[in-house]
Design a protein around this ligand. Sequence first.
Ligand SMILES: [Zn+2]
Ligand SMILES: [Zn+2]
Length: 229
Amino acid sequence: METLSYQKTFLDMNISQEDSHRSLSVPPRAKTTMMRHEDLEKHRADYATSLLARAAETFSWPVTQTETLGSHGHPEICGNPCIRFFYGNCQKGVNCQFCHLEHDTTKKKLDKTQRLCFESLSEAQTLSMLLNHMEMRCRKQNLTAQMSLVLACMRRRLKALPKHAHVTPEMVAILSTIFKKLTLGRLLDLIRSSRNVSNAFKAELLAVAARAVGRPIPAAGEATSENSL
Ligand SMILES: [Zn+2]
Ligand SMILES: [Zn+2]
């Protein structure tokens, strides 16, 4: 019973106070015990972590799922999952650019070391590493034919770039563990987010990718990961 009521508190708070910055209320046990400040903080943090973990285990996608513009190519290369739909308040319906179909909600992110390493890559290193992983992913998902123009576009860009330093074994060691876990959509997101890849090439590549999956072509500079899980 206790577990259930804790979950409900957490979920209610997320749904109704999504936009407020109110911190977690002090867990009931802590209110009745005199605790040193640090202990209280730690207790709060542990409490919040355990709530999050339990909510992630039990919170499921809304039962009624409709395909949206952002769902094309689901689950491999659809738009990011829609956070508003997840919390039951997306007003855009089928025109939403984010995906309303069920996703694994544990978002796979680069940790700090991986992020710093990724940011240190030149455009050529970024594209050659990601091309390699995208080719593997396409073979695994049987998408090589559908994605052929996207891959060709990256190969052409790589050839056009001036001679470059190769990707080192250290870079591969740091980045390939996370890259192997990412879908094609998330690998493309990394190209979009890279400050070292030219904007003109990004726009071209994302337009080719959108065409390959039948999605509207993103406007230049459009942020597509906001409002997503
Ligand atoms: Zn999807
Ligand atoms: Zn939506």
